[in-house]
Design a protein around this ligand. Structure first.
Ligand code: RB5
Length: 157
């Protein structure tokens, strides 16, 4: 697969090792930076990587900042992106199987390099299951497209 990667200056602490790991698993990495330790802004790199996934240039994306929170919030502003911010492999795996997450986010100040590799491996090896999960993922897409309103679908309210 072609994997888009994006990170800020804090995420750069983990990015080279993760880029090497992804490549060692046979994937191609498209690196949107930053590759400088100079202070910068995570939305730039989160959105660039997310745009590459949304356009189809890349199959999936991996984004890294200090916590994973800021860069996942930024990536999720790109239409069609489902970015999951995770800190362990179980959620990483299920974010693909159930939520069809197309961007993975984590924090270089939250996870160490070996745990980050386990997270990435679990995520890349998992596959979207569809089935009962498809309706929920479609509801998110329909809300984004402006044609679904949860106020009209609240059976337990
Ligand atoms: C940068 O200091 C830091 O705020 C950023 O890497 C990230 O953690 C934001 O969510």
């Amino acid at each position: 697969m072609r994997i888009a990667m994006g990170n800020d200056h804090v995420g750069l602490e983990l990015k080279p090792a993760i880029r090497d790991f992804v490549e060692s698993k046979g994937h191609e990495v498209v690196d949107f930076g930053t590759n400088s330790s100079e202070r910068t802004d995570y939305p730039i790199y989160g959105i660039l990587a997310a745009q590459a996934v949304a356009s189809g240039e890349c199959d999936l994306g991996i984004v890294i900042c200090g916590t994973g929170a800021g860069i996942s919030i930024a990536a999720n502003k790109v239409k069609g992106i489902r970015a999951a911010c995770v800190s362990e492999p179980y959620t990483a795996k299920l974010s693909r199987e159930h939520n069809n997450a197309n961007v993975l986010a984590f924090g270089s100040r939250v996870v160490g390099v070996e745990l980050a590799k386990m997270i990435v491996e679990a995520w890349l090896d998992a596959e979207y299951e569809g089935g009962r999960h498809a309706k929920r993922v479609e509801e998110i897409a329909d809300y984004e497209a402006g044609c679904w309103d949860p106020k009209e679908h609240t059976p337990h309210a």
